[in-house]
Ligand binder design. Structure first.
Ligand SMILES: [Zn+2]
Length: 375
């Protein structure tokens, strides 16, 4: 993984590159961030740069023998430790194939993505003592090909008392061994480990960076919607991409059906939908509401343009019909109703209640322009 594959974070990359060039590479470092800051890929790119035999000014070469193995995360001097499940004879080696595959396919991989990848839902993931012993063995071998052996410990917050055993290794490291701890929850790590490491704080992405990422990668075409998602994602790029994914067309059918129920005042339909929607949970509901705002905005624009380039054909057709009922006369209250519901979902999370309230507001608001004016 090269530095250029990691979105943004240019200041951190600069620090890592200049430390490498100056030869001042601390043997134990702690990459600390919140989720969704790409800290694991940064650690991998850094390790690849350290090991590259033809280092470029700002990145590893990508083609030397070391880089080619690093691109597959299969360099013999690159070791990983991460949370997994199993009995006391299981180690991370039993999961290394899935680990490589998952992170290579999705460099934004979060802990919950990892749990999903190894079907670990409801299982007790940790880094066990057998794993620590196996690390001792792996690192006691001399480096095969590189100047450095690198051990990347992803989520060391999962090390409990085993951490003290690992600490011995960090205190008296084998020659040319570098430990890169990558945490998303620094306060959960043993203080004795923190005190032995040099800390590198990796910032979360700001709203503009997330918005740009979504638009440039064609994940979201409408920059207004991308902005909304960026704000909701709170600096977490992984979360932003997931939220954006929820905006895809399956949402359309659900939304359309619901709005038709509201418009028709079909309370039975509204209640049935409430039950169904509340099963999907709070996150889905938030995406649903944001999608709603996106359609309301498109409906207002549809008075001025025949088709909207960032909607599908079905959505455009629906929006055309909807513009009879959502218009300049009621747009403000409808906007407010959606925004209030998003706020309440974040604060209180009683999905059923919020959903019923919103449905009733829409039922009362969605009237043709002249009818509304006549009331
Ligand atoms: Zn190289």
């Amino acid at each position: 993984m090269k530095f250029k594959e990691i979105y943004g974070q240019s200041e951190i990359k600069g620090k890592l590159i200049s430390a490498t060039k100056s030869g001042r590479v601390p043997h134990a470092q702690l990459f600390t961030s919140k989720e969704g800051a790409m800290s694991l890929p940064l650690a991998i790119a850094y390790a690849q740069y350290l090991s590259c035999t033809n280092k470029q000014e700002e990145d590893s070469c990508g083609v030397c023998s070391s880089c080619r193995k690093y691109e597959l995360l299969a360099h013999p001097d690159l070791h990983f430790t991460f949370p997994f499940y199993g009995d006391n004879k299981t180690s991370s080696n039993d999961f290394i194939v899935e680990f490589r595959k998952t992170i290579l396919e999705n460099p934004l991989m979060s802990y919950s993505d990892w749990v999903e990848a190894i079907v670990g839902e409801g299982k007790n993931l940790n880094i066990n003592i057998f794993e620590i012993r196996s690390i001792f063995k792996r690192l006691s071998l001399r480096a095969y090909e590189s100047e450095y052996k690198v051990l990347i410990i992803w989520l060391p917050e999962f090390l409990k008392k085993e951490g003290n055993v690992l600490l011995k290794l960090v205190e008296e490291p084998p020659d040319n061994t570098i430990f890169l701890f990558v945490t998303e929850n620094q306060s959960e790590i043993l203080p004795t480990i923190i005190s032995r490491t040099q800390i590198l704080t990796i910032p979360n992405y700001n709203h503009t960076e997330i918005e740009t990422y979504l638009v440039e990668n064609n994940i979201i075409v409408d920059s207004g919607l991308a902005r909304n998602i960026a704000v909701m994602a709170e600096g977490n790029l992984n979360k932003a991409v997931k939220l954006a994914g929820g905006m895809e067309s399956p949402m359309f059918d659900v939304f359309r059906q619901w709005l038709l129920n509201c418009h028709a005042g079909n309370m039975e339909g509204i209640f049935a939908f409430t039950e169904k929607l509340s099963e999907e949970g709070k996150d889905f509901f938030k995406i649903f509401l944001i999608y709603g705002l996106h359609i309301v905005r498109a409906t207002l624009l549809s008075n001025h343009q025949s088709a909207n380039g960032w909607l599908t054909a079905n959505e455009n057709e629906f929006v055309g019909k909807l513009s009879k009922f959502i218009h300049i006369g009621n747009a403000q209250e409808i906007y407010k109703a959606f925004n209030d519901s998003i706020f309440e979902t974040e604060r209180y999370g009683n999905v059923k209640l919020i959903y019923i309230n919103l449905s009733l507001k829409l039922k009362n608001s969605m009237k043709p322009l002249n009818q509304k004016a006549a009331v």
